[in-house]
Ligand binder design. Structure first.
Ligand code: NAD
Length: 484
């Protein structure tokens, strides 16, 4: 098998196997070929990983911030040096075109390692003067063992976006990748060890939801960071609450993108393309409800169709290809099912709509127009290349409709009216907003959702607060005054 790793799990600095776990076949989405066979973690493997993370934590936290940061920055350098190799692996794991993985996966992971590696040495508490010479100081402390659980769309990025801030703060991690894309996180673990991380600081265990669930409830675990769907988020949040664990929830969305008639149409079409079809539409923050002001609707749809017709669909390893297969047959069938529903509920199909026959899990980029707010395709997250275009008349109306969803991950507006852009963004109920652009996620900026789309933020300095806590120390310089 082409991409068979040394073993399924990476624990205490080494590859570890236990073939008693349920098999996990890794399928290359472009061909349907099995490229690796791994095994889900048994309870013994989970125990081993948690013990290893637990044992390593005190030593790791006791290192100076400068030393810890150096390890993370070295790991970032190694990832960049191996970007092509890692991107080829990511393309096999996910089916995403190499054109994308070369610039959005290991590179994004390296950015996180570099950014948090740079912050590590300046993570401190503060000094708070009180009256009479007394004072308080705060100590920023690690939480302990953190569990990361990943989705399948950005496996390398997710492994690093969770691992880098966790490790920067002196925590250790047990990461469980998605069972659909289990390969890349093993490379992240290998690279961290090579960069000088002590054994046990970053461990990877494979498995289905039950393995994730057993990690979440373990008393050795202080924090759980999940990237996944809302239904999984509900379960994980509830399970973590029992042990009063810290959580970060990066969940699904059904984000709005509003295009006013004064917008630069070509830019708006570019935003809609990036925000619906990058990674074959398998991006959590996608702006899948595109509200277009009535006067420009047909122009927008025509330009969109013309440009979609130039998408290069095919072998993801061909660097000219910019639209690849879906991650799995199952995910393709889910998206095709929504297309059926869209047609049945009366939406007008203006582009695509079909599976592309062959061994791989390919489908066409798809656009529906005349979509109304109550249609299933406008309410539920599809997580595939299916865009819904809705019409609107006024600003007030469109903002209310944009917010009329349980989700609140992202939202975007295209307009050349400066004050309107800021007014709309102020009214959006979403964690990540865009003006005249869409779907950027640089490590310097906070990323995350509100409402059902999540809790907490990844990236930026804010992530530090989600992976550390403050100890408050009161110091008296005076006698203690007791009442009797
Ligand atoms: P999923 O919810 O099915 O699975 C996510 C992860 O949770 C997997 O590793 C899975 O094995 C694990 N899991 C499942 N049940 C569990 C349980 N009971 N306890 C613990 N772990 C459990 O999601 P998916 O299909 O892998 O990914 C797609 C979803 O992820 C979409 O909803 C998408 O919007 C979301 N997503 C969100 C972000 C974000 O940053 N907000 C990024 C990428 C993907």
């Amino acid at each position: 098998m082409k991409f068979q790793p040394k073993a399924s799990h990476f624990i205490n600095g080494e590859y570890v196997e236990d073939t008693n776990g349920a098999p996990i076949d890794v399928i290359y989405p472009a061909t349907g070929e099995v490229i690796a066979r791994l095994h889900s973690a048994t309870p013994e493997i989970v125990n081993q990983a948690l013990n290893s993370a637990n044992a390593a934590q005190a030593e790791w936290a006791a290192m100076s911030g400068t030393e810890r940061g150096r390890v993370l920055r070295r790991a970032a350098d190694i990832m960049r040096e191996r970007n092509r190799e890692l991107s080829i692996l990511e393309t096999h794991d996910t089916g995403k075109p190499l054109q994308e993985t070369l610039v959005a996966d290991a590179t994004s992971g390296a950015d996180a390692l570099e950014y948090f590696g740079g912050l590590t040495a300046s993570l401190t508490g503060e000094h708070i003067p009180l009256g009479g010479g007394d004072f308080v100081y705060t100590i920023r402390e690690a939480l302990g063992v953190c569990v990361g659980i990943g989705a399948w769309n950005y496996p390398t990025q997710i492994a690093c976006w969770k691992g880098a801030p966790a490790l920067a703060c002196g925590n250790t991690m047990v990461f469980k990748p998605s069972e659909t894309t289990p390969l890349s996180a093993l490379k992240v673990a290998e690279i961290l060890i090579e960069a000088g991380a002590p054994k046990g600081v970053y461990n990877v265990v494979q498995g289905y939801g039950d393995v994730g669930a057993s990690l979440v409830t373990d008393p050795r675990v202080a924090k759980v960071s999940l990237t996944g769907s809302v239904p999984t988020g509900r379960k994980v949040y509830a399970a973590a609450a029992d042990g009063m664990k810290h959580v970060t929830m990066e969940l699904g969305g059904k984000s709005p993108m509003i295009v006013f008639d004064d917008a630069d149409i070509e830019n708006a079409v570019s935003g809609a393309i990036l925000g619906n079809f990058y990674s074959s539409g398998q991006v959590c923050s996608n702006g899948t409800r595109v509200f277009v002001q009535k006067g420009i609707k047909e122009t927008f749809l025509n330009r969109l169709s013309e440009r979609l017709a130039t998408a290069k669909i095919g072998d993801p390893l061909d660097e000219e290809v910019n639209f690849g297969p879906m991650v799995s047959e199952n995910q393709m069938n889910i998206a095709l099912g929504y297309i059926k529903k869209g047609k049945a509920e009366g939406a007008r199909l203006v582009f695509g709509g079909e599976r592309i026959e062959g061994d791989g899990f390919y489908m066409q980029p798809t656009v529906f127009a005349d979509v109304t707010d109550d249609m299933t395709i406008a309410r539920e997250e599809i997580f595939g290349p299916v865009m819904s275009v809705l019409d609107f008349d006024t600003e007030e109306e469109v903002l209310a409709r944009a917010n009329d969803t349980e989700f609140g991950l992202a939202a975007g507006v295209f307009t050349n009216d400066l004050t309107r852009a800021h007014r709309i963004v102020a009214g959006f109920e979403a964690g990540t907003c865009y003006i005249n652009t869409y779907n950027l996620a640089p490590v310097e900026a906070p990323f995350g959702g509100s409402k059902m789309s999540g809790v907490g933020r990844e990236n930026s300095k804010l992530a530090i607060n989600h992976f550390s806590e403050m100890k408050t120390v009161y110091v008296s310089m005076n006698d203690v005054e007791a009442p009797y």
